[in-house]
Design a protein around this ligand. Structure first.
Ligand code: P6P
Length: 337
């Protein structure tokens, strides 16, 4: 495959959007630039004094590590300078950041929701972490941005993607016409197309869930986990259990080889733990574009009505047939109630 950089690919695909004037292309490139800068720091985190508690706490009440803050700053800076983004909702900020007050961004057409460094508690353990982004079109450019413009359904995303800082650094994204993966070539400092037209297998042999929460799961989830563990050669069971505890890493594996990832509601997180706007919606968009499925248990993730920036949801996501099996267990449970 001849070398094709992210920039070349974005421009080439711009023709997929007849009315595109290049704004989304520039926005995606801005995100790619931030990812390369963050990658540089993530890769040397063990060396720099960037490890350790930053002292502050983010709105999740979690100790904010310096790398979280650094990653957030890089995305905000790249999006502000790029001028295509008028508003950012970030895991690291309680409220959104209205960039439209900056002259360069006042006509920005896009709203970006980001988890700048997901799984950052794993940084000190040298486990893969990731950045997740979700892009919406601003609905009204003739008035100040309102929260209802930010709280759009996941199905209204114009683009979404993630960066995984792992054994190699990859950027995987979709603009609604399939999923493409780019691997960072450090020798030239470019993301290069390495995984064109990614498709998630309809079936997999891996299930991914924090089984430490088993006793707190709803009954239909407990029943499904037992189903995964039962011997049945026709359906390749028992499945293999794999849980990294970094959503981007667990989802990337699921996208590549198939499988299912579950973070159900528990007593500790009655709405589920993972965030709708900047974790579940973008990853659900990607997985659906790759031929998979993503539900909360009761409904399609992309059809959940957002009500606030840091809203949580339960999620079951991955290979289409595996998610449908969980839905059967849910329906069966509903009948029993
Ligand atoms: P638990 C990381 O903190 C994160 O937000 C996701 O990346 C990950 O999937 C999940 O939380 C892990 O949560 O409760 O299993 O440690």
């Amino acid at each position: 495959m001849s070398l094709k950089t992210l920039g070349q690919f974005i421009i080439e695909k711009q023709n997929d959007f007849p009315y595109a004037k290049g704004e989304l292309s520039r926005l995606l490139r801005d995100i790619g630039i931030a990812a390369k800068i963050i990658n540089r720091e993530v890769n040397k985190a063990g060396l720099a004094d960037i490890l350790g508690e930053y002292g502050a706490e983010n709105i999740q009440g979690e100790a904010q590590k310096k790398l979280d803050v650094y990653a957030d700053e890089q995305f905000i800076e790249a999006l502000t300078k790029g001028g295509e983004c008028c508003y950012v909702a970030s895991e690291e900020h309680e409220g959104g950041i209205d960039l439209s007050r900056h002259s360069v961004s006042k006509n920005g057409k896009y709203i970006v929701c980001i988890d700048p460094l997901d799984g950052s508690s794993n940084i000190d353990l040298n486990v893969s972490v990731g950045s997740i982004f979700s892009i919406y079109r601003r609905k009204h450019t003739d008035r100040p941005i309102t929260m209802d413009e930010v709280l759009q359904y996941g199905s209204e995303q114009v683009a979404a993607g993630y960066v995984i800082y792992g054994s190699s650094t990859m950027l995987v994204y979709s603009t609604g016409k399939g999923v493409n993966g780019f691997t960072l070539d450090p020798s030239i400092g470019e993301f290069c197309l390495s995984h064109p037209e990614m498709q998630i297998p309809l079936d997999g042999k891996t299930y991914s869930v924090n089984e430490g929460n088993y006793l707190k799961f709803p009954q239909y989830i407990k029943d499904y986990i037992k189903y995964c563990q039962m011997e049945d050669s026709e359906t390749n069971r028992p499945y293999t259990s794999r849980y990294i505890g970094s959503m981007v890493a667990d989802l990337h594996r699921t996208l590549i080889i198939g499988g299912i990832f579950l973070y159900p509601e528990t007593q500790s997180y009655p709405q589920g733990k993972l965030r709708l706007l900047y974790e579940c919606n973008p990853l659900a968009f990607i997985i659906e574009q790759a031929g998979g499925k993503a539900v909360s248990g009761v409904e399609r993730i992309l059809e959940i009505k957002p009500t606030h920036l840091h809203q949580r949801t339960s999620i079951v996501i991955g290979s289409k047939h595996m998610v449908e099996k969980v839905e059967e267990f849910y329906a069966g449970h509903e009948e029993q109630v």
